[in-house]
Write a protein that binds this ligand. Structure first.
Ligand code: BGC
Length: 285
């Protein structure tokens, strides 16, 4: 019998500060790191031994909390406020990171938002805001990271590669999404931004990949999971029959940033409980 209800099934349990620090000595920047997926990734990288810059644009207290959790695992961390769609602010953030930590080894391009509207009602402001943060923001941060990776090169006691960029994309880099045209266009753009940069910088031993999350329990999509009716309807789209937790993405990011995945570049890793498997075809077709 297939499982239809996650309630009685075991949950993933991992130690909070694992003994094996697979990112020890690495310096990471996570954008949009004071909530949701970004927060879980920042904490997971810190728990894996990386020192972490917690970027955010609003919510100082939340950012400080993330910093404290990372510090409690004996990693260094500080919060830095910057809007990733602003070239000046991005440059200043990288300067600060290099001043404080000396360099960058891992960039997690996570900051993103939705401004949904029916297509014919979508304003240019809604379009520009989403493209500006979700796509231009990833470009600006990736460019600064690549400049520093190339300047410094491989440091063999730290990692086999000169640097890693992980773009947080979405299942909507391949699944069209009515009512969310700006968001889907931004994520489709992230996919070819990631692949093209990956192709260009691979000879410098720089790896560029994406994680494409499905439905993850975060503030961006509260409406999709916070009532039993919404949750049941969401599960029709998820063959694995549970919502993703931010920690599911955190664990994938640790592995993709580590030397365990050293031969992987230019790839989107879908972490989606099977959402991209065309669940409508479970029957029929
Ligand atoms: C969106 C969520 C949505 C999920 C699956 C994500 O990229 O931000 O709002 O629930 O994709 O559709």
């Amino acid at each position: 019998m297939p499982y239809s209800n996650e309630e009685n099934l075991p949950k993933v349990v991992l130690p909070e500060c694992p003994a094996e620090k697979i990112l020890k000595g690495q310096k990471a920047l996570v954008t949009g790191a004071n909530s949701g997926i970004g927060k879980a990734i920042a904490v997971a990288l810190g728990q894996a031994g990386a020192d972490v810059v917690v970027n955010y644009v609003r919510g100082d207290e939340q950012a400080d909390e993330v910093v404290k959790v990372i510090q409690s695992c004996d990693s260094r961390a500080f919060a830095h406020r910057a809007d990733v769609s602003s070239e000046d602010q991005v440059k200043a953030m990288f300067r600060k990171m290099v001043d404080e930590f000396g360099t960058i080894d891992i960039l997690i391009n996570n900051a993103g938002l939705q401004k949904d509207a029916p297509f014919e009602e979508m304003t240019l402001d809604q379009w520009n805001l989403v493209i500006g943060v979700n796509l231009t923001g990833q470009f600006l941060c990736a460019r600064e990271a690549v400049r520093e990776f190339k300047r410094r090169g491989v440091v063999k006691d730290v990692s086999c590669s000169a640097g890693k960029i992980i773009c947080i994309s979405s299942v909507h880099e391949v699944i069209p999404w009515a009512g969310h045209v700006n968001y889907a266009a931004s994520k489709g753009g992230v996919m070819l931004l990631m692949k093209s940069v990956a192709q260009e910088v691979a000879p410098y031993r720089i790896r560029v990949n994406s994680i494409a999350p499905g439905a993850i329990r975060t503030p961006i999509n509260t409406a999709a999971w916070s009532t039993p009716e919404a949750y049941a309807s969401l599960m029709k789209l998820v063959p694995y029959k549970r919502i993703g937790e931010p920690e599911d993405i955190g664990r994938a990011a640790v592995w993709l940033a580590s030397d365990y995945s050293d031969y992987i570049t230019g790839t989107s890793l879908f972490v989606d409980g099977g959402m991209t498997l065309y669940p409508g075809f479970e029957e029929g077709g």
